[in-house]
Design a protein around this ligand. Structure first.
Ligand code: MLT
Length: 248
């Protein structure tokens, strides 16, 4: 398995994507929210690009079935039910509900890689489960950090490096790293004993602290809280496998 890592969130050639499992990572905080919401029993998540699209999409579903979540400038959007902190997405609030989510980088990243063979949402919360799923699928892998408004993101790269670590531990002889994935792997080695340090050093981590969301940094570095692997197909993200009652 060739493991590649996308350093910047750029548009990629469809023929490259269609051969690969793609893992989208936005530790702070979109994929952490997606994994959390689905593990708490949310029915499905529809990632959209704009606030207007979120409101208009919500109108096509029966009232009470669908909730709006996301952020702009890290803050909850006026008229939305949730912001973008995983702490908000409890079973009491999301179980059985459809979520329409729009965030600055994370939801955009899913659309950027929509031509992938299988598209997974990865985070520290579902790290080992994501690694296991990538190994089961067996295709070449592209780890796609959502970045920070087009820039490199330290926290997503460390999480991507940890995913690589988990995969090569089980697939040592058959994994082939590129320079980019090797770099993410080495970056993870630097922070593996103190993951929150990477989040504190990151630009987006510092923005979140300044905006009053410091607690989300220590929340988002929790490893292996769930076996849920969110899969993005035809515009919708659903849990694979369906979470057990114990997890909710
Ligand atoms: C994003 O998608 O850009 C992030 O999740 C932003 C955030 O949570 O502040």
């Amino acid at each position: 398995m060739r493991i590649d890592f996308q350093c910047l969130p750029l548009t990629l050639d469809p023929s490259f994507l269609s051969q690969r499992t793609v893992v989208v990572i936005d530790v702070l905080r979109a994929t952490s929210v997606i994994v959390q919401a689905l593990s708490q029993g949310a029915l499905e998540i529809i990632p959209v690009m704009t606030v207007e699209e979120a409101f208009s999409k919500a109108k096509s579903y029966s009232s009470g079935s669908t909730l709006l979540g996301g952020e702009r400038g890290s803050r909850k959007i006026e008229g939305f039910d949730f912001g973008n902190s995983p702490r908000e997405y409890t079973a009491e609030r999301v179980k059985g509900k459809r979520l329409i989510l729009t965030t600055t980088n994370g939801t955009r990243a899913f659309h950027a890689v929509s031509g992938g063979k299988e598209i997974i949402a990865g985070s520290f919360f579902n790290l080992s489960a994501s690694a296991k799923r990538c190994l089961e699928l067996g295709s070449d892998l592209l780890i796609y950090p959502s970045g920070d408004e087009g820039r490199f993101s330290l926290e997503d790269s460390v999480c991507g490096g940890m995913l690589i670590d988990r995969i090569i531990r089980q697939n040592a002889h058959r994994s082939n790293l590129t320079d980019a994935s090797q770099s993410a792997y080495l970056l993870y080695q630097r922070f593996k004993d103190n993951l929150v340090e990477a989040l504190r050093l990151s630009t987006h981590g510092q923005d979140l602290v300044a905006r009053g969301f410091e607690e989300d940094l220590s929340v988002c570095v929790q490893v292996d809280l769930t076996d849920v692997v969110p899969v993005f197909r035809e515009g919708v993200i659903r849990a694979f496998p369906i979470p057990s009652k114990k997890e909710r």
